[in-house]
Design a protein. Structure first.
Length: 93
């Protein structure tokens, strides 16, 4: 027999698993850009800024995903994407 607490734990576990999978999916383009910036000698203060922004925004995104705050989560995800675009811009210019 399932208790409400047990059901809540399973739901939180699924939410944590989705959070982890989302983080893994978004990490690949970021990692590629960081490696390319390093290997091409384009790493500078702006690439470090975009990398730090991405890190903290992804951490906040995971926290909001676990806390079920979808409206804030969407904004944070968009800002994280902007950080990846900023890093890309620094690498190609």
């Amino acid at each position: 027999m399932s208790t409400p607490r047990r059901a809540r734990c399973r739901f939180r576990g699924k939410r944590a698993d989705r959070t982890y999978l989302n983080a893994v999916e978004v990490f690949a383009p970021f990692a590629v850009l960081v490696i390319v910036a390093h290997l091409t000698g384009k790493a500078n203060a702006m690439t470090a800024f975009w990398a730090a922004c991405f890190f903290w925004l992804r951490l906040a995104h995971a926290g909001r995903l676990l806390a079920r705050r979808s409206y804030v989560r969407t904004l944070i995800f968009t800002l994280g994407f902007v950080a990846i675009v900023g890093m890309f811009w620094e690498v190609i210019t």
